[in-house]
Design a protein around this ligand. Structure first.
Ligand code: MBD
Ligand code: FE
Length: 250
């Protein structure tokens, strides 16, 4: 839903004021300002605007929603969601790399009163074992490492896939190069993305991280919160990630 013009005015002018203040406070020169304008133009031409904005700002929009929701915490969606992911029942297609480690993702969907929610769509996506996203990188077809499950009569879902690894924002790109020029790293901890929806309920868009995983304490997108970090369990010898969801009414 777009904003009413009054809110739009207020938000844009606050953003502008913040940037103007930073330019003045740090004595940015006109040449440096012009360099930044040119850099952002080239970054946009390279289709990295969604990545840049999600690295720095997605977390704030999520925090604003988490202040009011009674459901599961929202987390950053990032730039690699695909609406056209396939419906799946029990397994995500993977590339069968030698270094793929099996992972089961399972859980249950409930409403805020604790009743189970059958028929909820649980849309899952994650990176390849080399840190790429299908439908965006290396021409990996969009039906790999993604899929839409439907919760069963008990509100449960379960899917077999392979473990994601930490993700590095491509440092050949403008966004990664900016992070490095700032002296920061460009890594995200390994994570699994979810979008859970059911008509009549607020959609939960979230992601989950692995306890003890590299970069969990220093995500370059500032997207980690304690309640998004999970310890996997062993079930039938397979690492199992359990993620339950609570949906708030729309
Ligand atoms: C990702 O994989 C991601 O999830 C986010 C939020 C930003 C960049 C890459
Ligand atoms: Fe991601």
């Amino acid at each position: 839903m777009p904003m009413e013009s009054e809110q739009l005015e207020a938000v844009v002018m606050d953003i502008v004021a913040g940037i103007r203040d930073a330019i003045i406070k740090h004595h940015v020169t006109v040449d440096q300002y012009r360099f930044a304008v040119d850099y952002l133009g080239r970054l946009a031409d390279a289709r990295e605007l969604p990545l840049l904005l999600d690295v720095f700002l997605n977390v704030a929009a999520v925090d604003a929603e988490n202040e009011v929701t009674k459901g599961s915490p929202q987390a950053i969606q990032g730039p690699y969601y695909r609406e056209d992911a396939p419906a799946v029942t029990d397994r995500l297609k993977t590339l069968d790399h030698d270094n793929e480690r099996p992972l089961v993702v399972r859980g249950q969907v409930r409403d805020i009163d604790g009743s189970v929610l059958p028929g909820a769509e649980v849309d899952i996506w994650h990176s390849t074992p080399t840190g790429k996203y299908s439908g965006f990188h290396d021409n990996i077809p969009v039906d790999y490492y993604r899929g839409k499950l439907t919760s069963d009569s008990e509100g449960a879902y379960r899917v077999a896939t392979t473990a994601p690894v930490p993700y590095q924002i491509p440092n050949q790109g403008y966004t990664g190069a900016l992070l490095e020029a700032m002296g920061r790293h460009s890594w995200r901890p390994a994570h699994v993305h979810f979008k859970v929806r059911k008509p009549g309920f607020k959609t939960v868009t979230t992601q989950v991280y692995f306890e003890g995983g590299q970069w969990v304490d220093s995500d370059c997108c500032s997207g980690v919160r304690d309640d998004l970090v999970r310890r996997t369990t062993q079930e039938d010898g397979v690492d199992t990630l359990t993620v339950d969801f609570v949906l708030d009414r729309a």
